[in-house]
Design a protein around this ligand. Structure first.
Ligand code: UT7
Length: 322
């Protein structure tokens, strides 16, 4: 008997405040046309002062629990992917566990920057396939607006806040077909966010903001995502034509178009959310997946390729027969 991790529920949350390109153009030297042409982004959501990664994770998680029609007590494992945890510890996973009011569950965080949800999905799938657990809640939740330097036009135009959730359960019916995750720590300088309280160099007083050499990241991202697509198809003995939907990390429309081209997929088969959400880091893939499930684009039995790339560098994919 093959044991799959089947998707039994999804959820998502976006904060209410919309920040448009025009609004950002009033404070830094940029324009709506530059941002839209180079990134595909028009606006992003910004969390309110009372919101946090844990509070947004709770809303997305409760939606997934409702969709799956399960009792939260049935969750054996909670994995939260976030680069913007409420606290260094307890983990956002533990804070979410408390918010959901459940006791007999293991909870922890995964930190793999924008690839975090794919890494978390991969861990969840291994735990389910091994028989160690039955039901896993995976959440990506990010409050990027708090680690963005709003005076740096090269980064502040890109990011947004939000959370996505997915519930997986052991099943004989299909689900996650394979996951593939990778890291290469060579590239720290191209994309990082310092932790100012735990400085590695006491003389270098860095603020806790995202720092990115965007153009160099862009090139590595396009090449790497092309390779992960091949790796995923080969591992499953599948052809490009077998994929019904691409759910990519939402960093830049030009990166997404390049990956779709490589897969010979029409943009009608690609779930794009970044226009009104920006890059929500580890949350982006799960938010996009949830949207396409809820609006009926992704149907049961279809094959969906999720992929992401982020700081580290980290990158990965998950192939799901939904
Ligand atoms: O999610 C994690 C992974 N992250 C990514 O995958 C992000 C990947 N990178 C990107 O998406 C793109 O590199 C950016 C959108 C960040 C930048 O686009 P680009 O086409 O690579 O532009 P660039 O960095 O090469 O900059 C081109 C020019 C520069 O001016 P000069 O040197 O040519 O005079 C920048 O100073 O554009 C300038 N520039 C801007 N101009 C107006 C940079 N940011 C802005 C801005 N508005 N916001």
């Amino acid at each position: 008997m093959i044991r799959y991790s089947r998707v039994i529920g999804t959820g998502g949350y976006l904060p209410a405040e919309v920040r448009t390109n025009d609004q950002i153009s009033q404070t830094v030297d940029t324009s709506d046309s530059w941002i839209y042409e180079r990134t595909g982004i028009k606006s992003r959501r910004i969390a309110g002062p009372d919101e946090s990664a844990a509070s947004m994770a709770e809303i997305a998680a409760r939606q997934a629990i409702d969709a799956a029609q399960i009792n939260p007590e049935e969750i054996d494992l909670i994995i939260v992917a976030t680069g913007t945890p409420d606290r260094i510890y307890p983990s956002t996973g533990c804070l979410l566990q408390q918010r959901l009011g459940i006791k007999n569950t293991v909870a922890f965080d995964v930190q793999a920057a924008c690839s975090g949800s794919i890494f978390a999905l991969s861990i969840a799938d291994q735990y389910i396939k091994s028989g160690a657990v039955r039901t896993v809640l995976v959440v990506g939740s990010e409050i990027c607006s708090r680690i963005v330097d709003w005076t740096d036009r090269s980064t502040c135009i890109l990011f947004g806040d939000g959370a996505g959730a997915i519930l997986l359960r052991a099943s004989e019916e299909t689900g996650v077909l394979s996951t593939h995750i990778h890291s290469d720590g060579e590239y720290e300088d191209l994309l990082y966010c310092p932790n100012p309280q735990v400085a590695i160099d006491a003389n270098k007083h860095e603020a806790g903001y995202i720092s990115m050499r965007g153009n160099e990241v862009f090139k590595v991202a396009v090449n790497t995502l092309g390779r992960i697509v091949d790796e995923t198809l080969e591992a499953n003995n599948m052809d490009k034509a077998d994929i019904d939907w691409l759910v990519p990390h939402q960093a830049n429309i030009r990166i997404i178009i390049a990956t779709a081209k490589k897969l010979k997929m029409s943009m009608d088969q690609v779930v794009v959310t970044l226009e009104n959400q920006g890059n929500t880091s580890s949350a982006s893939v799960l938010i996009a997946f949830n949207e396409a499930v809820r609006d009926g684009r992704i149907q049961r039995g279809q094959v969906v390729l999720l992929e992401a790339f982020g700081a580290g560098f980290t990158w990965g994919s998950a192939l799901i027969k939904y």
